[in-house]
Ligand binder design. Structure first.
Ligand code: PEP
Ligand code: MG
Length: 580
């Protein structure tokens, strides 16, 4: 009987990063369940030999990656692979797996899974902080071994030259920052939402992505040809030649569209009636600053510094951070670089910072709360930022401010950082402008008093939307409730912009909303003049700005602000008459 010809199938999800990509699927992580089957006593040795081969193979792959990352990114980034190499070669771990197999007479993959589960629990619950910190590393190393045994091509993430569609149950921001844009053509995941950080990173990388594809583990296999359609939120498995041709045509059209948009890069961001609008970049990895320059961003409105911390195996020290920030500041000069202090929690965490499991991570140990809980970490970062300020224009931005107390305590640490640098005789900028993210509803409500104690505010509509509407931004099950155009969100955004402008303080939006061309007239009409977004989005937003007038924009905003539903707001933006 001949092999069955694979059928073309379409999976539905949520498109979170526009574009189309064609490539072969590479499966990452937990997507497949680990097989469990009984073995005979005499098979144990054979299974152990498989384990040894997988250990050797994993160790070789880690060594290769360590060298590569060290050459391309530096020693610090590469150290994580060294730590993993030591773990994969750990004799104790091998002995545990062997014991387990002898006792249970189950295959080696099942034994590894059980040992991982058991050790992971012991690590997480340990009194010893070092062991707790290693729990995630252990999982990572274990998955690598399993991938190897089950021939999952995990290394394709870093090694494949061809185009790869990365399939995963969920993409963690830490994995996404490690991926090489030149090799990854698209992402598809079972979980995640529009403003999950991995989705934001996918957009910044210009990699088409679809999340929330239910049943992905059953549907997808390594090496499957697939098309990711980030516009429609669909994934085509085993596309027919006709479908491939159709998508190739679309890809060519997109390339032509990008070409015409290239012309926009050099044009000023000014409305038809002469109003200047500042378009800034959101950056994360150091190289993003090159993208900001390429798209002629007039500053960095949001530097998400946590990604520097996520790709390391321990906290970067002051000197190392200073070098990173200084590079961005010098490259962007004379434009300002707004450096946000470490914003951990939610879907971003560090393998080396102990954390407890939280029932509601987005409402938990996040942002400035983590930093204030580790004032030395915060102070080190602030000192590095102040020092970078000597080389251009730097601004400090505090994330997740929910109370005046938090803001004041953060400013106090900033003052101490300046004093310490002064006492140490280290050159630094003594008057770095200070800003607060307005992304928690309480901060938005407190805006009239809060703006008095800062130099600028930046509205984080990603979090603000999730908190106002009580919708987890990464949870695809509730994604249809996640609606930044909801009047509840818009009215609060309007108030914050109004308050800031009344007090003469700069206000920007750095959430994903700012990079959505369809929302631009509305935001202009609300009085917004600073937008910060992924650099790739700048030309599209600029095009709308250049074809708008403030008078029209105000009319649109007026209409949008009197309708009670997001659907009606959308109708207003689409130019349809509001039903009032
Ligand atoms: C936001 O919440 O809108 C924001 C810009 O911050 P982040 O997406 O990093 O949480
Ligand atoms: Mg936020």
């Amino acid at each position: 009987m001949g092999a069955r010809k694979p059928q073309h199938r379409i999976l539905k999800g949520i498109g979170v990063s526009p574009g189309v990509a064609y490539g072969k699927v590479c499966v990452y992580g937990d997507l497949h369940t680990v097989p469990r089957y009984p073995i005979q006593a005499e098979e144990v040795n054979g299974e152990l030999a498989r384990l040894d081969e997988a250990i050797r193979e994993s160790s070789r792959a880690l060594e290769k990656m360590r060298r590569k990352v060290e050459a391309e990114m530096g020693k610090e980034e590469a150290d994580i692979f060294l730590a993993h190499q030591m773990m994969v070669e750990d004799k104790h771990f091998r002995a545990q797996v062997a014991q387990r197999m002898t006792r249970t007479h189950l295959n080696v993959e099942a034994a590894i899974e059980d040992v991982l589960e058991e050790s992971g629990r012991v690590f997480r619950e340990s009194e010893n902080a070092y062991l707790r910190e290693r729990a995630d590393d252990l999982q990572d190393v274990g998955h690598r071994l399993l991938s190897n045994l089950l021939s999952y091509q995990r290394e394709c993430l870093l090694d494949e030259k061809g185009k790869t569609i990365v399939a995963a149950d969920e993409l963690s921001p830490s994995l996404t920052v490690h991926l090489d844009k030149r090799r990854v053509a698209g992402f598809v995941t079972e979980r995640g939402g529009l403003t999950s950080h991995a989705s934001i990173l996918a957009r910044a990388m210009g990699v088409p992505a679809v999340v929330g594809v239910h049943g992905l583990p059953n549907d997808v296999e390594i090496g499957y040809p697939a098309i990711v359609d980030g516009f429609e939120g669909t994934v085509h498995l085993h596309p027919t030649p006709e479908v491939v041709v159709e998508y190739q045509r679309l890809e060519a059209e997109l390339a032509a569209h990008q070409e015409t948009h290239r012309a926009l890069i050099d044009l000023p961001s000014v409305t038809q009636d002469g109003e200047k609008v500042v378009l800034e970049a959101n950056i994360g990895k150091g190289v993003d600053v090159e993208s900001a320059l390429l798209y002629k961003a007039e500053g960095v409105g949001l530097y998400r510094t946590e990604f520097h911390f996520m790709i390391r195996s321990e906290f970067p020290d002051e000197e190392e951070q200073y070098i990173l920030y200084r590079r961005a500041v010098e490259r962007m000069a004379p434009y300002p670089v707004t450096i946000r202090t470490l914003d951990l929690g939610g879907d971003k965490y560090l393998s080396y910072l102990p954390r407890t499991r939280e029932a509601n991570p987005y409402l938990g140990w996040r942002g400035i709360r983590v930093s204030l809980g580790h004032p030395k970490v915060l102070k080190t970062q602030l000192k590095a930022i102040l020092r970078a300020g000597v080389h251009g224009q730097v601004r400090v931005l505090f994330p997740m401010i929910a109370t005046m107390e938090d803001l004041r305590r953060a400013k106090e640490v900033l003052r101490e950082a300046g004093e310490e640098l002064g006492a140490e005789g280290i050159p630094h900028d003594e008057a770095v402008p200070v800003g607060a993210m307005i992304e928690v509803p309480s901060a938005a409500v407190l805006a009239p008093v809060l703006v008095r104690e800062v130099d600028f505010v930046s509205i984080g509509t990603n979090d603000l939307t999730q908190f106002i509407l009580a919708v987890d931004r990464s949870n695809e099950r509730v994604s249809r409730y996640y609606e930044p155009l909801s009047p509840a969100v818009l009215w609060l955004v309007r108030d914050v912009i109004w308050v800031a402008r009344e007090t003469g303080k700069e206000v920007s939006i750095c959430g994903e909303m700012a990079g959505e061309p369809a929302y631009v007239p509305l935001l202009l009409g609300l009085g917004l003049r600073h937008f910060s977004m992924s650099p790739v989005l700048i030309p599209d937003v600029k095009e709308v700005i250049r074809s708008s007038t403030i008078a029209q924009a105000k009319k649109i905003a007026e209409r949008a602000l009197v309708v009670p539903t997001a659907e009606e707001v959308k109708a207003v933006l689409a130019g349809e008459q509001a039903s009032v």
